[in-house]
Design a binder for this molecule. Structure first.
Ligand SMILES: Nc1ccn([C@H]2C[C@H](O)[C@@H](COP(=O)(O)OP(=O)(O)OP(=O)(O)O)O2)c(=O)n1
Length: 505
């Protein structure tokens, strides 16, 4: 039975998992359905496997500056997250020259030993044999279509050579899988409705949406969020979900996942996939794309430094940080930070000249046990019982757990979902970060145990702040879009370098 490829058709049957409308969202906040969990210090969070899976899906959508289809190769773009001992070493996607798995081999080489890899598509046999040889410990992949598509149009009209290749490749991949040491599997973990609801709510309350409404009180956060959400979920379902059940079963069978085709496994698998896609849509909606007037702009005149990355790349990196925030240990507010650097040469990666330096989210010290430290904020507890002296900030963790050095000659950029506080500003200033992309919603505020007074005074780091284009002082830059290569494009040229962007509904 064919399913409609849209959340709207699932809303009724989805019960309390459906995205809250404006009234419901307010009720959730007022009746404390979610707040109860927060007050008790049990904010729901994403599991690591689900977070890495979502990051891999999101990496597949990394904005491209070049056509990605490889010559003589029908492989689709794949996203990849390389993890070692729970630390993200690399975020990659296929380029015109290399598949994502090949990128990982080229970039990490022997460091792949004992790593866990999360792919947005089952990798082809060419990648798989190298990764197995590199000694990775686990390969997890999204159970949609494979890297070499098993869903070519010819599926129902006799076989094409591309389809024959894909089927042969799937067989080879299976053989490699069954004879190899690494665990190669689908690793999705069930989500309960509290996580879905919590992430809907926190996405809707994100500072980026808050800033828009602070600037334009007539606008409603819920309306903006819902418009973004439906647009994103339609796009992501089309990309990552196989709506036709029979076609999905065909793909699963070819990938050696016959067990998933049986009930109730099949329905459960599809529900988990839909839930994860929904979280991706929800998180992506917290940094709106449809409001074209909003973006990350410098307040200073553009002549004062590098013009910064293209807006779609910035937004992509900020949403990576928002995804990381879904694993916060702070029961009230999740913050994520990701550090990328721009090298001098192209990296053979789908990210072009960008390479990952580090990422993190706010959490208690590594290894701490549940409820070992205070979890309450200044509104809830006496000073000695508050979280602030114990919790590490997203920026601190991104700097501590970095996977690459910060090089003076490269442009190192931090993307963080909340304004850096006074504890983090000196760290950012001294670490060699050259650009920061964030929101200043909290700047100049003092909130009892945490203050945000130093960010505006941070010198030597270019600040790209989420704001309305028309609020920038220098009007000459209002119609110009900054590009990664240091030159400016006029607004009317934008479409020519947004080649990977989907049409908006
Ligand atoms: N750039 C930042 C800013 C803050 N944090 C973290 C530290 C805390 O874990 C949390 C801030 O906690 P608060 O309770 O102060 O959150 P709010 O700012 O939302 O408080 P309020 O409700 O007063 O606005 O975010 C972070 O990791 N990185």
């Amino acid at each position: 039975m064919a399913e409609s490829n849209s959340w709207r058709s699932h809303r009724e049957s989805d019960g309390n998992r459906s995205i809250p409308n404006g009234d419901d969202a307010r009720n959730v906040r007022e009746t404390g359905v979610q707040t109860d969990a927060k007050v008790q210090g049990q904010g729901p969070r994403l599991s690591k496997a689900n977070l890495f899976t979502l990051l891999s899906l999101w990496m597949e959508l990394f904005p491209k500056r070049e056509a990605c289809q490889q010559e003589n190769d029908a492989a689709g773009v794949s996203g990849l997250v390389v993890v070692h001992e729970c630390r993200v070493l690399g975020l990659h996607c296929s380029s015109a020259q290399l598949h994502a798995g090949q990128v990982a081999v080229v970039k990490h080489g022997p460091r792949l030993k004992s790593c866990e890899l999360y792919f947005s598509r089952k990798p082809c046999s060419t990648c798989l044999k190298m990764l197995i040889n590199a000694g990775v410990s686990r390969i997890s992949y999204w159970p949609g279509d494979a890297e070499l598509s098993l869903l070519s149009e010819s599926l129902h009209h006799g076989s094409s050579s591309a389809l024959q290749e894909a089927v042969l490749d799937a067989t080879a991949a299976e053989r490699l899988k069954s004879n190899s040491r690494p665990h190669i599997s689908v690793l999705l973990q069930p989500l309960d409705c509290t996580v879905l609801q919590f992430l809907d709510e926190t996405s809707q309350n994100a500072d980026f949406l808050g800033k828009i409404v602070a600037d334009n009180p007539a606008l409603d956060t819920g309306d903006i969020y819902r418009r973004e959400f439906w647009n994103n979920s339609d796009n992501f379902l089309e990309k990552f979900f196989i709506s036709d059940e029979e076609r999905h079963k065909y793909v699963l069978n070819k990938m050696g996942l016959e067990n998933f085709c049986m009930e109730p496994n099949f329905s459960n698998l599809r529900q988990h996939m839909r839930n994860l896609i929904r979280i991706l849509a929800s998180v992506a909606s917290s940094v709106p794309a449809l409001l074209e007037d909003y973006g990350f702009f410098m307040r200073e005149p553009v002549g004062m430094g590098s013009p910064g990355l293209p807006q779609d790349v910035i937004r992509h990196c900020v949403i990576q940080a928002r995804l990381l925030a879904c694993r916060t240990e702070d029961p009230k507010v999740g913050v994520g930070a990701v550090i990328w650097a721009e090298g001098k040469q192209s990296q053979c990666d789908g990210t072009g000249q960008l390479y990952l330096v580090g990422c993190g989210y706010n959490a208690y010290p590594v290894g701490s046990q549940y409820a070992e430290y205070p979890q309450m904020d200044h509104k809830q507890e006496e000073r000695q019982n508050r979280k602030y002296r114990y919790i590490l900030h997203a920026e601190q963790n991104a700097l501590t757990f970095r996977s690459a050095e910060i090089k003076a000659e490269d442009n190192t950029m931090m993307f963080v979902t909340k304004c850096p506080c006074d504890e983090c500003v000196p760290l950012i200033g001294c670490a060699g970060i050259k650009q920061i992309y964030t929101t200043d919603l909290d700047s100049n505020k003092v909130k009892h145990d945490i203050s945000y007074l130093r960010f505006n005074k941070l010198n030597g780091v270019q600040k790209f702040i989420w704001q309305q284009r028309s609020s920038i002082r220098n009007t000459s830059e209002q119609d110009a879009l900054p590009t990664a290569n240091g030159c400016f494009k006029r607004k009317d040229e934008e479409s020519s370098f947004k080649c990977n962007k989907r049409p908006r509904s």
